[in-house]
Design a protein around this ligand. Structure first.
Ligand SMILES: [Zn+2]
Length: 375
């Protein structure tokens, strides 16, 4: 397993610290105020932050190429300001920092663990069964570092929560005064301890690395299934909102349309009501490395005033993916199913344009669904 060999080669055979005459700052160089969970770079609110559930973040063949302090492509590039890393292989040159105070075996292995593809143990969705968080003891503003990941944002690789994992922060992580504990193990007599004092990947960590990279005959378990987005509008609008500043808005309304009774999102115009138009925006759908999607919905268009219905996708660029220009489906619902090739998180715009010069018009949508697979 070359990944492990990299770690061993880098830090030498015995005892931490890996270099002498370095100051001991404990775990504090991990607790960056401006990085995700303190020491993870490259994570934005609407970017994929899928880590080990996304196969494109794995290192091909389990080989991590690295350079110490120089700049060559397709490698980890070690720089020196605090301790941080990106999660998984980013492609091209990526950075991993082992700055002042980071030259302890545990901290070095921890950052390499991120680069190999691991998130923090304390952010697992099931962590509340194993640790208690003392929210009042956390440095104000740093509470988000203890947010739980969603179950499908992580692949546990068949391993339970592990108190000995090098990816688990200790009792004093993000402590407001460095003395008040923020984490307490729920199992009696367990002491986690600071990361810098750890000396190696735990046994569970090693099994995870080997399963993730299918070394020694291990098989990588599939990532968890992401729930579909489904909205029938009977209870609410499920986070689908009108874009501000349009000449009209879709409204969630109850009634009978095309032989169906219930709630839908509807935009209407009266004859000679001029032009009108509304645009709905769906929530962002995280893809977790998935490359296919299926957007479906039911569309109702009736009357000459119902001019045009357009669906656009947006991730970086905005692109039209569906256009219905005629109210051809007078008095019944048309089912739209769109299979999409996708790269990264995305959201959809659902536009209805009205022209009252051509008479009354209604456009309504219902049963909006997004699945992370082909239709
Ligand atoms: Zn970390």
């Amino acid at each position: 397993m070359l990944v492990l060999l990299v770690a061993v080669a880098l830090i030498g055979a015995n005892a931490s610290p890996v270099e002498r005459k370095l100051e001991n700052l404990g775990d504090s160089p991990l607790f960056h105020s401006r990085l995700f969970e303190g020491d993870i770079a490259g994570v934005g609110p609407n970017r994929d932050r899928n880590g080990i559930v996304d196969e494109k973040l794995l290192w091909p063949g389990g080989i991590v190429y690295y350079e110490l302090g120089s700049s060559v492509g397709k490698t980890i590039f070690f720089i020196s300001y605090r301790c941080w890393s990106m999660v998984g292989r980013q492609g091209g040159k990526q950075e991993l920092s082992l700055g002042s105070g980071c030259h302890w075996r545990g901290l070095v292995i921890h950052e390499l663990g991120h680069a190999v593809g691991f998130w923090h143990e304390q952010n697992r969705a099931d962590r509340d069964e194993y640790i208690e968080i003392f929210w009042d003891n956390i440095w104000p503003g740093m509470e988000y570092n203890f947010d739980k990941m969603l179950p499908w944002e992580n692949n546990y690789l068949g391993e339970n929560f592990d108190y000995e994992s090098v990816m688990l922060y200790g009792e004093m992580a993000f402590s407001k005064d460095g003395e008040s504990p923020t984490v307490r193990p729920k199992e009696p007599n367990v002491v986690i301890g600071p990361v810098w004092k750890k000396t190696k990947f735990s046994e569970s960590d090693v099994r995870r690395v080997n399963r993730l990279y299918e070394c020694f005959g291990e098989t990588r378990p599939p990532p968890p299934t992401v729930p579909d987005f489904e909205c029938d509008f009977e209870e609410n609008d499920c986070g689908i909102v009108n874009q501000e500043g349009m000449s009209s808005n879709f409204e969630r309304s109850y009634g009978t349309l095309g032989g169906r009774t219930g709630y839908s999102l509807k935009i209407e115009i009266k004859a000679d009501g001029g032009y009108g138009g509304g645009r709905l925006i769906t929530p962002y759908f995280k893809m977790y490395g998935g490359r296919k999607g299926c957007l479906s919905m039911d569309l109702f268009m009736k009357g000459g005033g119902a001019d045009k219905y357009t669906i656009l996708r947006q991730n970086g660029e905005t692109k039209e993916i569906y256009l219905q220009e005629e109210p051809s489906n007078d008095n019944w619902w048309e089912v739209i199913n769109l299979t999409l090739d996708i790269d990264g998180d995305l959201r959809f715009f659902l536009e209805g344009l009205m022209n009252g010069h051509n008479g009354d018009g209604v456009i309504a949508i219902d049963n909006v669904r997004f699945q992370r697979r082909a239709c």
